[in-house]
Design a protein. Structure first.
Length: 360
């Protein structure tokens, strides 16, 4: 970690030395620059924390085989220790040492959907430290599609445990600048590979259940998974039940901007949004629109006309609204369930902490 400045901090009546560390930024814009990844790969191999881009969101990576490093991932994010991490690999065959058995369903996913934004859960092997799986018997594994992610993992020579590289509870990072904002002082290095293509976290599918069950909707849709595997149980909010969460991460507050946020679910939301704007007169209000729409009498940010574009933009725009000092965020959500919209709806409902108005 680079020590870029040392200064005095007043604590009580004592002045103490504080080391301000900041992450080294490595920007990669083309394959010809991949050798720049060696430094980040070496840091990963020896147990330092390195954030890197994937097609879903930026990950906060650490050597998955080093228990202490894995514990530092939880600490840096402020992530509850009962919320297990996804292990990222560079090659399909790297899954074998991590699990007891690659089941036929897993084989189909790795042949047809990897590399890609889908994570599967299988019984873990003894190689995987308990800290990765939060003490559980299963492990989540993904081979990302993003070339920089795979090249970095390949060069590190180790499997990489990586949750999203945000502080727990904050919107997930889809640009290197988001990572720097949340974790820049806590980690060794950030690899900047530009914006993430999908913008929402991977689909998580539990292959230890019969039929396989989606624990988190994402970039690989239920439709794609059932076409490949036959019957697949769709994502159900009951998985967020605090008393019996199948996917521990889903019970926590997530993706939230600092502002109060409300989602207007359905195509006919304009009048309801206008009423809310009126009710919040005097406050700094930002309306998130789904495309170029009629004017609202307040600031607006266009998230995009399709569910794909809205998904790519959502987390970035929530951070933008916070930066602009928004006190109230009102979001149009005219997309029905199905495809990526299922994941978008899940994330935006959570961002708003369940403040939703159904608008038909
Ligand atoms: P994130 O690290 O932010 O992408 O979140 C990873 C998600 O995968 C969280 O919702 C975790 O609870 C879930 N997850 C990871 N490993 C497992 C596992 N072994 N069993 C069930 N859910 C898991
Ligand atoms: Mg996360």
């Amino acid at each position: 970690m680079k020590k870029n400045c040392i200064f005095f901090k007043k604590s009580g009546i004592m002045y103490t030395w504080v080391n301000m560390m900041s992450a080294k930024m490595i920007k990669i814009t083309s394959k010809t620059e991949y050798d720049k990844l060696n430094e980040a790969a070496n840091l990963l191999a020896k147990g330092e924390l390195v954030a890197f881009p994937t097609e879903t969101v930026y990950g906060l990576g650490g050597n998955a085989l080093m228990e202490d490093t894995v514990k530092r991932i939880y600490a840096a994010k402020g992530r509850p220790s009962d919320n297990p991490l996804i292990v990222h690999i560079a090659e399909k065959e790297d899954v074998y040492p991590l699990v007891k058995e690659v089941t036929p369903a897993a084989q189909k996913i790795l042949e047809n959907l990897w590399p890609g934004p889908v994570t599967f859960i299988l019984e873990k092997s003894d190689l995987v430290p308990d800290a990765v799986t939060a003490g559980g018997k299963t492990v989540a594994v993904r081979m990302p599609e993003h070339e920089i992610a795979r090249e970095l993992i390949r060069r590190s020579g180790v499997p990489v445990a990586a949750p999203s590289a945000n502080l727990s509870g904050r919107p997930s990072p889809t640009k290197a600048s988001h990572v720097a904002e949340d974790l820049g002082e806590k980690i060794a290095c950030i690899v900047d590979g530009g914006s993430c293509r999908v913008g929402l976290e991977s689909t998580v599918i539990d292959l230890t259940s019969e039929p396989p069950r989606i624990l988190r909707p994402g970039g690989v849709t239920q439709e794609m998974l059932s076409a490949l595997l036959g019957e697949v149980e769709g994502y159900a909010p009951k998985d967020e039940d605090e008393n019996a969460p199948k996917s521990p991460g889903m019970k926590y507050k997530h993706y939230a901007p600092k502002a109060y946020m409300m989602v207007f679910d359905g195509g006919n939301c304009r009048n309801n949004i206008l009423k809310m704007v009126e009710a919040n007169f005097g406050k700094r209000i930002v309306v998130l629109t789904a495309g170029e729409t009629e004017d609202y009498p307040c600031e607006t940010i266009n998230c995009g006309e399709t569910a794909e574009i809205y998904s790519q933009n959502l987390f970035d725009i929530l951070r933008q609204a916070d930066e602009q000092g928004a006190e109230v965020i009102l979001a149009e959500l005219p997309f029905e369930k199905g495809g990526i919209a299922t994941a978008l709806r899940n994330r935006i409902y959570k961002s708003a902490g369940g403040n939703v108005m159904l608008c038909g």
